[in-house]
Design a protein around this ligand. Structure first.
Ligand code: ADP
Length: 248
């Protein structure tokens, strides 16, 4: 039963969805750009996650789990679920389209027009989304630039709830944003990263990053989890800085 607690039935008629180009490949199947025609006849740009028909039934269940998670949230910086086509195969998850795709690629390709103010605004927007999830006792486990989508030059959104669970783990990806999409600990083996962290090593100060923001990141990376700030702390800290740094 995929109807939500508020009584909204997320099942949509397949003939209201028109699939277009492939945007990317997900773990269950291709993700397409598409158009959804709503009941009032409006044509809404969407992203459609498809589940390959040769996937086992248990995989399809897992695939739909993501939609169930997404339907619980209503936040301007979290990708919204539009609906699902689950009554026959292939199963589709229809969601809000993030026009500019993955943040990592966007950061790398638009370096010249992304100033510090915009980068800090992205961090702030993500902190509001994560603080919202935290208030719902839900923590996104895979917060990395690759799971953030760009819907407009001034708006990023958290996507991909497939990997999230009710557990507390990673903290922020501000460092990746300030480094224009460079991956942390590049060229270092996963096992060696743990060793480096245990030795007290931390990611370096990104060029142009205000020292107070770097200090904040270092607090987030505290070895002792209890010393790390909550997302709600981060949100209020960043909201105070967005304005002051935005002006230069
Ligand atoms: P999965 O979690 O099932 O492996 P992803 O969420 O990583 O799949 O989606 C695969 C790719 O599809 C992403 O890397 C991204 O390029 C694209 N994509 C996914 N969701 C959207 C969306 N809402 N808007 C735009 N592009 C998207």
């Amino acid at each position: 039963d995929y109807s939500s607690p508020d009584g909204h039935d997320y099942e949509i008629q397949r003939d209201r969805v028109c699939l277009m180009d492939i945007l990317g490949n997900g773990q269950f199947g291709d993700v397409h750009k598409g158009i959804y025609r709503d009941k009032d006849g409006n044509e809404i740009p969407v992203a459609v996650k498809t589940c390959k028909e040769d996937n086992e039934e248990s995989m399809t269940e897992k695939f739909l789990e993501e939609a169930l998670i997404m339907q619980q949230f209503d936040h301007p910086h979290i990708v919204k679920l539009v609906g699902i086509c689950s009554e026959n195969r292939p199963v589709w998850i229809v969601m809000e389209l993030a026009k500019h795709g993955e943040m990592r690629a966007y950061l790398q390709n638009n370096k010249h027009r992304l100033d510090l103010c915009t980068l800090i605004m992205y961090s702030y927007q993500l902190s509001t989304a994560l603080s919202y999830l935290e208030s719902k006792k839900f923590v996104h486990r895979d917060i990395a630039a690759r799971n953030v989508l760009v819907s407009a030059h001034d708006s990023v959104k958290l996507g991909d709830f497939g990997l999230s669970r009710w557990v507390e783990e990673q903290r922020v990806c501000i460092w990746e944003i300030l480094m224009y999409g460079i991956k942390p600990f590049q060229g270092v083996k996963n096992n060696d990263v743990i060793g480096k962290i245990e030795n007290g090593e931390r990611l370096p100060l990104p060029p142009g990053c205000p020292p107070s923001l770097y200090n904040l990141m270092c607090v987030c990376w505290s070895y002792e989890p209890s010393k790390r700030p909550s997302f709600s702390d981060l949100k209020s800290w960043l909201s105070r800085r967005v304005l002051s740094w935005g002006s230069n």
